[in-house]
Every structure is written in C-alpha cells, then in structure tokens.
Ligand binder design. Structure first.
Ligand SMILES: [Zn+2]
Length: 545
C-alpha cells in the first residue's frame, strides 16, 4: 500500500461523493443548465466532502467541454485538475494565509484572465479564519468579480463569517455523512484492496471517525497495519481504546439477566477504560440493538437505559468517580429491567379482571337496603319466592320471581294482585310480555302502581326492559278470588293513595278510626279553630257517605 487510502480514494466525480446527494444534484443542474453563481460557500463538518466537491466543481468548469457535470477526464485541463496542478485553479488556506496582504495578492490575480481554461477558480479553505480587514478587502471582488472568476469558499464554521460575505455567496450546507454510507464505502475500499474484514469492525471505525470520511479512512489505514491485514472487531477496539462489542454484549446480558456478581466482575475489567468511552459505547450498542429490533430492548426499556446512560455521562462531567458512576449505572439499569415485571403484573391483573364474572343484577339488588317493613307484612305470610340474595342462575324465571318479591315487599296487596292476575308470557329482546286477567279492583291498583311496577321491572330485568300487556285469554276467573277482590275493592275506593302502600294502609286505618270515634273529631285542631272563628252554638259531625 503505497498511498494513504484517503488520497487514493479521493472522489474525482460527483458520483463518487458520499452522503451529499442533494448538493451534488444541485451543482450538477447548475453546471448543465449554465446557471452559475460567481461565489459559492460550502460549509459543514471536517471530512464531509467540502474540498473534494470544490475540486470536482472546479474541474467541471475548466474542462474543455465545460461547464459540464461530466468532465471528459482526458483533456489537458481535466488531467491537470485531477493532478492538482491546474494553473487556473488557485487554492488558498485561510488558516495560514489570513491577512489582508494575502487577500490583496489574491485580488490581484483575479485581474488576469485564465491561462488555459475558460474560468479562473479561487478555492479558499477555512475562510472563517480571515481577519476582518481581509474580509473587507475581499468583499468588493466577491460582489462583482470579473465574469471568468469563480469563488468557492469552504468553512467548518459559517457562523463566524460576516453577514456581508454570507449574503454574497450561494450557501451549501454539507451534512454529516451517514454511518451506513461510510461503512458501505469502507467495505467497498477493502474489497478493492483485497483485505478481509469483520463488518462489526467497520462499525467501530465509523463511529470513531464521527461522520468524517477522511478521518475514518485514516483510521482504516491504521487498522490495516495494526490488525495485520485482517480487520477484526477485537483488534480495532483495542487499537482505538474502545470496548470490544463482545464485552458490551456480556454487559447487557448480565444487566438483563440480573447477574449482580458478573456485573461487579465486569466493572473491575472496565477500570482500564475511560468512563465516558464506556458510556458512549454502551449508548451506541443500545442504539444498534434497538434499531435491529432486538426483542429484549423494548422501546420503554431502551428509553430508560438511555436516560440512565445520559444522566451518568452528566455525572462524569461533574468530576465524579468514574468507577463508581459505572457501578451505579449498571445497578440502575438492572433496576430498570424490572419494568417488565410491572408490565407482567398489569397483564396478569387484566387477565384476572377479564375472567372474573361481571357483577350480576341480582348481586346489585342484594346490596340495596331492604324496603321498610310494613304494618301488614308480618301479619300475612310471605309467598315462597326466591330471595334476591340467593346466588341466582341467570334465567328469566328468576328475574320474574324477583320482581314479584319486590312488589310484595313494596305493597303486599299489589304483590298478591300481580302474582294472581298477571301471568308471564315471554321475555325477548328486552320486552317483557305479560298477560293480565285482573279484576276491576286489581286493574285499578295495577294502573295506579304502574310507575312502581315499571321501576321494579327495570331493576329486576334490565334498564331498557319494556312491558307489553296482552289481553286475558282466560274466560272465567276463579269465584273465590273474585269475592276476595270485591272485598278489597271497598278498601281501595276509600284509599286515596293506593299506589303507596305504607301511606295507603295508614290512611285507611285512620279514616276507619275517625269514623268509629266520631266525637274525637271535635278535638281536631282545625275543627277547634273553626269553632273559635264562627262561634257556633252546635257542631254536628256527619258521615260523608
Ligand atoms: Zn475535460
């Protein structure tokens, strides 16, 4: 290997440029359509291809076929440009030639026409290094140069340029070359050089090159010599002083498997490395695993790991004990893996909730307080119906029995009337069809209690249950029942509120008592007050009927 890789594989055409597709596309268009500016500014990280692009662009201008995006590569101008000896392509490094005199001499050169080409191109590298006076001297020429003059200014720090320079140039921002593109380029070069390699080793070299192709190629040169013509991850890691990917894998495995002993051993081994390097490598490794879709590194876990790693990096900046920061870091990461357990707990809980039967209507009913005991209730035996508290089977029959119980509880007469006169027909699609064969009295009671009945039906069945009534198909009601009903009829007529059993019974009782003890009515406060007002000589109490 006679020549360093960075020079040997320096791109000589736009196609060979790596990772700056949008810039090469724009420049190609400008050259082919002859829409050229007189001054360009290329800014971006070192090794991102600024100088290479400037040289290719200059060649495109000086070629006998120029301006063209595809220089012939055979003409004298192309060859001279490729060999970096073209008389009309003037390169100046502003880092070393930064004074006003340097710029004055450059301006002087612009006054003479090109020697062999159609253009005279001035490439000023690290232009931000020029002094203020030098900038001022350059300004006028930059604004109105002779038509054959083209300026290409390159800088890693465009923010240091005066706005007057920025406004007079066409600015191209070179981005950091993506790692994937660099790795691809490295493997291409190694294949051409016939040097075997491990893909992982190229990844380590690229990360160390930090987006600069030139730096990465310099590292590759070193790696070829260091690893004796076989580029493997282990030797590259040792050469660069970074962690071997296998060690990183072991660290993450120990963390994920909660192997405390192993972690403590690893920490001892890591004493030879700088804390910051270890953290950076862990971040890169985590990133790789995450993008590779490793199922062990979920989004949540990766996020937590990344936060812990970033926090630890901050601690190192505060001059904390590197070894202790790493120890804490690994134990915190182990704690973070317990998120999984919480996830599993939630899942288990959810599964339990799903398998647990939904609370039934019956159960809800049992929770409601029992209706108050009425006066008439204890004297009359309760019909043998299913108690709501009893664990019920989900059948319509149970619901119907529950309804009857509720009606009995509310008003014994209503319950009795309902049970005897109403028969169940069907319960389909939330419609409870009933058949009524009630006597007139019972009908009246049912009508007055319709609100309560509806309420209990909704409670016993479902909230959207509706009642449909069917006409009676029984012709002759039982005679004794008829008698009983007729007896009740007299009671109900007197009862001003048959719907509310508690009040109704009391009212019935009171009115009966009032009729029996007719004389007591004189003690009634209203009657007394009337007596005082009208001062009657005699008060006669008369029955209403
Ligand atoms: Zn040419």
């Amino acid at each position: 290997m006679s020549k360093v890789l960075a020079l040997k594989y320096r791109p000589s055409s736009f196609e060979q440029l790596i990772g700056q597709e949008s810039i090469t596309q724009t420049l190609t268009q400008a050259l082919d359509k002859n829409r050229l500016s007189h001054a360009y500014l290329f800014s971006g990280l070192r090794g991102s291809g600024k100088t290479s692009t400037a040289r290719i662009f200059a060649k495109c201008l000086v070629c006998d076929n120029g301006p063209t995006s595809e220089p012939c590569e055979v003409c004298e101008n192309c060859q001279a440009a490729n060999e970096n000896r073209h008389i009309d392509i003037i390169e100046m490094d502003a880092a070393s030639s930064r004074k006003i005199d340097d710029i004055r001499s450059l301006i002087e050169q612009t006054k003479y026409k090109p020697n062999s080409a159609s253009f005279k191109i001035f490439i000023i590298d690290e232009v931000h290094m020029l002094t203020k006076e030098a900038f001022n001297a350059l300004l006028k020429t930059l604004e109105e140069p002779p038509e054959y003059v083209k300026f290409i200014l390159a800088t890693t720090d465009p923010m240091k340029l005066p706005p007057t320079i920025l406004s007079r140039t066409q600015h191209f921002r070179f981005k950091k070359i993506p790692q994937g593109s660099v790795v691809k380029h490295l493997s291409h070069i190694l294949n051409l050089e016939n040097i075997p390699f491990e893909a992982e080793a190229l990844g380590i070299l690229t990360r160390a090159g930090n987006g600069s192709l030139r730096d990465t190629l310099t590292l590759l040169d070193q790696a070829i010599i260091y690893s004796k013509n076989y580029i493997d991850a282990k030797s590259v890691a040792t050469m660069l002083g970074v962690l071997d990917p296998e060690v990183l894998d072991t660290i993450f495995n120990s963390i994920l498997n909660n192997e405390r002993e192993k972690i403590i051993e690893t920490i001892k081994e890591l004493e030879n490395y700088e804390g910051e390097v270890v953290i950076d490598e862990l971040i890169s490794h985590l990133k790789e695993k995450f993008f590779a879709g490793d199922p062990r590194f979920s989004t949540m876990l990766s996020d937590r790991f990344f936060k812990i790693l970033s926090e630890s990096k901050k601690l190192l900046f505060i001059n904390a004990d590197s070894g202790f920061v790493l120890t804490l870091l690994f134990f915190k990461m182990m704690e973070a893996t317990k998120i999984k357990e919480i996830d599993e707990m939630i899942e288990t809980l959810e599964a339990k909730i799903q398998t647990k039967p939904q609370p039934r209507k019956e159960n809800i009913v049992t929770l409601t307080p029992e209706p108050e005991k009425r006066v008439s209730q204890p004297t009359t035996p309760h019909p043998p119906v299913t108690k709501p508290a009893k664990p019920a089977v989900n059948t319509t029959e149970v619901h119907y029995k529950e309804l009857i119980t509720k009606l009995y509880d509310r008003n014994y007469e209503l319950g009795e009337c309902f049970e005897k006169s109403i028969s169940f027909v069907s319960y389909e699609e939330n419609i409870l069809t009933l058949m009524s064969c009630a006597s007139e009295n019972c009908k009246k009671l049912l009508r007055l209690s319709s609100g309560i009945i509806k309420h209990f039906v909704k409670e016993s069945f479902t909230l959207d249950t509706k009642i449909a009534m069917k006409a009676c198909d029984k012709t002759i009601p039982e005679p004794p029942q008829q008698e009983e009903n007729s007896h009740e009829e007299s009671k109900n007529i007197e009862n001003p509120h048959p719907a509310d059993s508690c009040i109704a019974n009391q009212t019935v009782g009171n009115s009966e008592n009032a009729e029996i003890d007719g004389e007591n009515i004189l003690e009634n406060p209203f009657v007394k007050r009337a007596g005082e007002l009208f001062e009657p000589s005699r008060i006669i109490v008369k029955s209403k009927i």
